[in-house]
Design a protein around this ligand. Structure first.
Ligand SMILES: Nc1ccn([C@@H]2O[C@H](COP(=O)(O)OP(=O)(O)OP(=O)(O)O)[C@@H](O)[C@H]2O)c(=O)n1
Length: 470
């Protein structure tokens, strides 16, 4: 998966394509993409995992591939790590990460980092690189593989239901009770198109050729080939579905409430697209929950004062977590009932560790007081977590506010509203109005670096919304 939306150009291209071709690019379209893509750096995302814990998220920059960035950042600490790439890494990356002693390298079986979907003049080099990768692979201790399994039964249905019912969609439905715009479905169609363009090779022959060249000839025969493509499509659909739970809508986003503070705080806020992207990461994590009823995910990022070598711009990953019982506990070790259960002893709340608490506990970077650190959490922080977030020195919270003010016996959401000293950006209608939002999305930016333009009085804060235009 691309980790940051530096793919804006590609998305625009996908949006420009005609409606009604959802999910399936024709051959001409694919060839057009191939030729327009020829000069672009292939964006690649990378997840670094150690002892089953995510320790970093990287993506390629203009100058460096994701694998090289990981090497620069972690050096020999990559030893025994598992690496998950959104494209098969090139030989230059592979030789270094193999040399660092990584344990396993998994990759997405479409176009590799040195693109094979390019013109003949460069494809000779791409083929040579693919051969070198195979040679490195066969001579290395690391296990290099495609990790792509069929989704478990009913997973898609579950993800669809929970995405559709999630707080962000519910909040929009409450805001616009009289409209029959289905934000979720509209956004989902757009995300499917976008992700198929990014992650899929729609032309079967081209895909087969790529698989042959990158050493996956075993997967070129049916039924393996059709199974592989189906698994890829299912996963793309799943990702698009989760992403649609935080829809891209011009008039909706993560904003601070108090208008008197908004100029100052607004200047500090992330561009909406980046905030949404981080929230989708948190939404994905929520599916790992051990709570039978509700999954919550949290991701912490921070911003350095200067540019990173990473494609994430100034932002770097600090930690992530989801709600679960204490590490090492077995199924049914702890009670898991909710507050509807009369007997308080068998309620889950005293045992389950919250998403924010796990993100803070298992973070892999310190939270530095001089840097802007931010937490993205899919459910409003409860009274137990609010002081922890503040105490840890986190400067910004991005979340939903559907639970704010809820008071239950064993979990309450009263303190978030009163929290001071931490900027709160909740999922809501842009309080400043349409014009501001249009300016809030800069035309070009490099991952989190360019600031949105702050609102000012000259704009028309009460301009009527144009709901169809999102
Ligand atoms: N910021 C938060 C808020 C809650 N949780 C987790 O969310 C679950 C509790 O959710 P809540 O909706 O408050 O309680 P339920 O009883 O599950 O649901 P409800 O009362 O809404 O029916 C717990 O696992 C808790 O750890 C969390 O991880 N982080």
């Amino acid at each position: 998966m691309e980790l940051f939306p530096a793919v804006e150009g590609q998305r625009q291209k996908s949006q420009e394509k005609e409606e009604g071709k959802c999910g399936h690019l024709g051959d001409n379209e694919e060839m057009a993409r191939v030729s327009t893509d020829k000069k672009q750096v292939k964006k690649t995302g990378l997840v670094v995992v150690k002892n089953m814990k995510i320790v970093d998220l990287h993506c390629s920059s203009e100058e460096l591939h994701a694998g090289k960035i990981a090497l620069i950042k972690h050096g020999s600490r990559l030893k025994n790590c598992d690496l998950y790439f959104s494209r098969k890494p090139c030989s230059a990356c592979l030789k270094m990460i193999v040399n660092a002693g990584v344990n396993r390298i998994s990759y997405w079986p479409a176009d590799p980092e040195i693109s094979l979907l390019s013109e003949t003049s460069t494809s000779e080099d791409a083929k040579l690189d693919a051969k070198a990768v195979e040679r490195l692979k066969s001579n290395s201790r690391a296990h290099v593989c495609v990790l792509l399994q069929p989704l478990v039964c009913c997973m898609m249905q579950f993800v669809e239901e929970t995405s559709y019912k999630c707080d962000f969609i519910q909040k929009m439905a409450k805001t616009f009770p009289d409209t029959n715009i289905d934000f979720y479905s509209k956004c989902r169609q757009e995300r499917i198109k976008e992700y198929e363009l990014l992650f899929f090779v729609s032309n079967e022959e081209l895909h087969k050729q790529i698989l042959m060249t990158i050493g996956l000839e075993n997967l070129c025969e049916n039924p393996y080939f059709s199974n592989l493509r189906q698994n890829m499509k299912d996963l793309i659909l799943l990702l698009a579905t989760v992403a649609s739970s935080v829809p891209i809508c011009k008039h909706y986003g993560f904003y601070c409430d108090k208008t008197e503070q908004s100029n100052e705080i607004y200047n500090q806020s992330l561009p909406q697209e980046i905030a949404r992207h981080c929230m989708v990461q948190a939404r994905l994590l929520a599916y790992r929950t051990e709570d039978h009823k509700i999954g919550v995910g949290a991701v912490i990022w921070a911003e350095k004062k200067s540019q990173n070598c990473d494609g994430t711009g100034m932002m770097y990953f600090v930690g992530c977590g989801y709600n679960a019982f204490p590490v090492g506990s077995e199924y049914a070790d702890f009670p898991n009932m909710d507050d509807k259960q009369k007997d308080r002893e068998i309620r889950k709340f005293r045992y389950i560790v919250h998403a924010e608490q796990n993100a803070l506990t298992f973070r892999c970077q310190e939270i530095k007081p001089e840097e802007k650190s931010m937490i993205f959490v899919t459910k409003c922080p409860c009274d137990e977590c609010v002081p922890l977030i503040k105490g840890a020195g986190i400067k910004q919270i991005y979340t939903g506010d559907i639970d704010v003010g809820r008071k239950k016996a064993d979990i309450s959401y009263m303190r978030f509203g009163e929290l001071e000293g931490v900027s709160k950006f909740t999922w809501q209608l842009n309080p400043a109005g349409t014009c501001v939002l249009e300016r809030n999305e800069p035309e070009s930016r490099e991952n989190g670096v360019v600031r949105p333009i702050p609102p000012n009085e000259e704009m028309h804060p009460h301009k009527k919304l144009c709901l169809g235009n999102h």
